[in-house]
Design a protein around this ligand. Structure first.
Ligand SMILES: Cc1cc2nc3c(=O)[nH]c(=O)nc-3n(C[C@H](O)[C@H](O)[C@H](O)COP(=O)(O)OP(=O)(O)OC[C@H]3O[C@@H](n4cnc5c(N)ncnc54)[C@H](O)[C@@H]3O)c2cc1C
Ligand SMILES: NC(=O)c1ccc[n+]([C@@H]2O[C@H](COP(=O)([O-])OP(=O)(O)OC[C@H]3O[C@@H](n4cnc5c(N)ncnc54)[C@H](O)[C@@H]3O)[C@@H](O)[C@H]2O)c1
Length: 463
């Protein structure tokens, strides 16, 4: 039997950060993961693969340059799935190597095994080679993540009807693609394939997509998708999905039919709790396999067992998962941290990117507090001209009472990087005056903050 002060189940972003943090505090750490390689969903099927494919698509298609050279412009004329996958494998190998090295130099032990609780301080490991062993732990972190939700009525077959794990194994680019689910995963893959000129239909049962994002941003995004030929079907659920010879037929609840060579079903995820033995430690997951924790400490109902990452539900991001793992480890070893800032950025790596931090205009309006907005369009910045960017904008929302920045929302090139300026100003309590008084590098897309700040300020001073 092995002993450890911190047992981490799952090597995704939350597990990895918790493991390294515990080791930095001088504790003995064991990470177990049942996956073939370390890294979790984030490295192998989620964040890194989708972002690598996106980057490759944008580079090889010349998509970013089409503003200058026209819609027919291509860097590589014939783009095949192998072009996307070869870069993907290199990136993943590098990610895994960096992670292994990080564990090695911090003396974090790892094991290829599936863990199952058998008591309040004990797990049973089913090792990759068919053997079993037991581990006694002082503290444990459940960082087991989620898998694609696969409802019974969808005929997943791994070739024509796929989930978001399987889409990475496509042997060739689809001739046509239907994506069911207008959440972040659906929107990212739909727009990535559309950037390759694959005809794409995006189907979302709710009347709008991405309902946590400022409406003005989403409206512009939907307009951009439709403008480049994507079909976006909102407000109608799927009645059935049926494979018919060389295509799949998606029958909508209103009787309309969408035909496509490949269907990607991306409508939610479910927690990996089935074989975890949670009953042995008195933890009860909800219907979607999520575990409830104390949001400050990440303790479950068993005080020495923590949970972090996607298994605890919203916001289910690699970025937030990492922080949760670190905070949990600090708490476990008596190093409590101040509460995390209320706002964190959300990056949606669609084509174009969306990123958002703080309150949306809808939220500010609902609060009843007076506010003013400032807008800057990227095509009105010199950097935008130079880059040939002809779409995208930044929207800032300020309180009229305190002048403070309440929200920053971006659709367009560089959104996921640019958002951090807004995040810093919001979390440091900055006001519109920061943007008005400070000089920004020129020409940059970041200059949009200056322009949007001035736009709001002009209206604020004349009130
Ligand atoms: C397609 C896609 C794109 C995404 N893009 C982004 C993005 O751009 N930015 C972002 O911030 N987030 C993104 N996410 C979300 C991000 O990937 C997750 O939030 C993150 O991976 C969650 O991390 P985690 O710590 O919960 O562990 P996960 O990454 O979910 O890993 C969990 C690990 O636990 C292991 N495990 C499960 N059960 C057991 C067991 N019983 N014993 C041992 N091991 C077990 C699994 O094998 C797995 O390796 C994306 C997700 C998807 C699916
Ligand atoms: N860039 C990022 O940060 C990023 C990228 C991808 C995924 N993620 C994370 O992964 C998680 C899961 O993403 P997701 O997109 O699978 O789930 P989701 O729950 O966010 O979205 C699923 C969408 O599918 C719709 N839907 C459900 N059933 C449907 C049906 N039968 N027909 C049509 N539409 C239907 C829902 O209304 C919803 O809009 C997210 O919570 C997100 O945090 C993050």
């Amino acid at each position: 039997m092995q002993d450890c002060e911190m047992l981490v189940i799952g090597s995704g972003p939350s597990g990895r950060r918790a493991a390294v943090q515990s080791a930095k505090l001088g504790k003995s750490v064991l990470v177990v993961d049942r996956g073939r390689r370390l890294g979790g969903v984030s490295v192998h099927t989620g964040t890194i693969p989708s972002k690598t494919i996106r980057e490759t698509v944008l580079n090889l298609s010349g998509f970013r340059e089409r503003g200058f050279y026209g819609q027919a412009y291509r860097v590589k004329q014939e783009i095949a799935m192998t072009d996307l996958v070869s870069r993907l494998h290199k990136t993943l190998d590098h990610e895994v190597e960096v992670l292994q090295h990080q564990f090695m130099r911090n003396t974090v032990r790892s094991a290829h095994a599936a863990a199952r609780f058998i008591g309040p301080d004990r797990v049973r490991l089913s090792l990759g080679n068919g053997d079993f062993s037991e581990v006694r732990f002082a503290n444990a972190l459940i960082a087991v993540g989620t898998r694609p939700y696969r409802p019974k009525n969808i005929p997943f077959d791994g070739t024509r009807v796929l989930d978001s794990d399987e889409i990475l194994d496509l042997p060739r680019l689809p001739r046509t693609l239907a994506v069911i689910g207008g959440g972040v995963i659906g929107v990212e893959y739909a727009t990535i394939f559309s950037a390759l000129d694959v005809p794409v239909t995006l189907i979302e049962s709710r009347p709008a997509i991405l309902d946590f994002v400022d409406r003005e941003i989403v409206d512009d995004f939907v307009h951009q998708m439709r403008d480049r030929g994507m079909t976006v079907r909102l407000g109608c659920g799927v009645a059935s999905v049926e494979t018919k010879g060389d295509h799949v037929e998606v029958r909508m609840a209103d009787g309309r039919i969408v035909r496509a060579e490949i269907v990607l079903y991306a409508a939610g995820r479910t927690g990996n709790v089935d074989d975890l033995g949670l009953d042995a430690v008195g933890i009860e997951p909800d219907g979607r396999g999520r575990i409830t924790v104390d949001p400050r400490t990440f303790q479950t109902s068993a005080s020495n067992i923590y949970a972090a990452g996607d298994i605890i539900g919203f916001p289910s991001l690699a970025s937030t998962s990492m922080e949760q793992g670190r905070v949990a480890a600090c708490h476990a070893f008596g190093m409590p941290l101040p509460p995390a800032p209320a706002t964190f950025p959300y990056g949606i790596y669609a084509v174009p990117e969306i990123s958002t931090v703080g309150e949306s205009e809808e939220e500010v309006r609902a609060s009843g507090a007076p506010y003013e907005c400032g807008i800057a369009r990227f095509r009105e910045t010199s950097r935008g001209h130079i880059m040939g960017v002809n779409s995208g904008f930044l929207k800032l929302i300020f309180s009229l009472e305190t002048r403070r920045l309440l929200g920053a929302h971006i659709v367009g090139e560089g959104a996921t990087e640019l958002i951090h300026i807004g995040q810093a100003v919001i979390n440091l309590g900055g006001t519109v005056d920061f943007f008005v008084e400070n000089t920004f590098n020129y020409p940059t897309l970041a200059e949009a903050y200056k322009i949007a700040g001035l736009d709001a300020w002009n209206r604020m001073v004349t009130r």
